[in-house]
Design a protein around this ligand. Structure first.
Ligand SMILES: Nc1ncnc2c1ncn2[C@@H]1O[C@H](COP(=O)(O)OP(=O)(O)OP(=O)(O)O)[C@@H](O)[C@H]1O
Ligand SMILES: [Mg+2]
Length: 227
């Protein structure tokens, strides 16, 4: 069995605990994802996919349970260390890319490195590597608003990788993409998987769930993992 990269142990999230408006979007969720695996979290709207993904990505803390990333328990880390962990180890791909339209391609890609205090030279080196990999070099000085959807998608993926992470989390990444861009996206994810990246995608898009690059589907219903 390959090394476990992402693990959740009986993770529960409770909002407004003990109050009349208490919500339990995720209950007792346990899963494990091995290195180089691509796994889809599937389930109807409101089943808790985003909440679980956000806990795994250290964006929110579980109320109970533990999250282990690359062997390190992270759910009880103080804010500062949780942020550091997130910045170093996790890449996020968002539904609507979350790019800054008036900044250049290059600046968008380098953006996550700004708080690191990394030298401009090293930032540039990493960005150039991604520009080449994702065939964006001729567009490097273009404002993101002037790019095609496909180019924006490649900028978003580049930006998510620039921290050197090997774990990628994507929340409904294809929800606003046409068939071609969806296929392209899955192609990029497959390439990354072949390179050893571990990928977890929350999606109810059948095209994603049925794609050959997906190793496993974890199904959620009413906040619980059902299969
Ligand atoms: N901050 C919050 N406070 C209270 N309830 C919340 C909060 N965040 C999420 N919820 C509730 O938790 C439930 C699960 O939400 P979540 O966003 O995880 O579902 P989802 O499976 O991602 O749905 P979708 O497919 O629509 O994106 C929903 O009923 C939602 O209203
Ligand atoms: Mg969601």
């Amino acid at each position: 069995m390959e090394e476990t990269i992402l693990k959740t142990v009986k993770v529960t999230k409770i909002y407004n605990q003990g109050k009349h408006n208490e919500v339990v979007p995720v209950r007792d969720a346990s899963l494990a994802v091995g290195r180089g695996m691509a796994v889809v979290l599937k389930g109807p709207s409101g089943s808790g996919k985003t909440t679980l993904l956000s806990m795994i990505g250290c964006q929110i803390k579980p109320t109970y349970g533990e999250i282990v990333v690359k062997g390190k328990p992270v759910s009880k880390l103080p804010e500062k260390f949780a942020n550091l962990h997130k910045r170093q180890h996790i890449g996020f791909v968002f539904q609507q890319f979350h790019l800054v339209p008036d900044l250049s391609v290059l600046d968008n890609i380098m953006l996550p490195l700004l708080p690191w205090g990394m030298s401009p030279l090293e930032r540039r080196r990493r960005a150039e590597e991604l520009l080449t990999e994702f065939e964006l070099t001729p567009r490097r000085q273009f404002k993101v608003r002037d790019l095609s959807g496909g180019e924006q998608q490649r900028v978003a993926i580049s930006r998510s990788l620039i921290n050197g992470c090997t774990v990628l989390l994507a929340d409904e990444p294809t929800a606003h993409l046409d068939a071609q861009l969806t296929a392209d996206f899955l192609g990029y994810m497959n390439d990354l998987k072949q390179k050893g990246y571990t990928i977890l995608i929350a999606s109810h898009d059948p095209v994603v769930c049925e794609n050959a690059m997906v190793d496993r589907i974890i199904e959620m219903k009413n906040g619980e993992i059902v299969s």
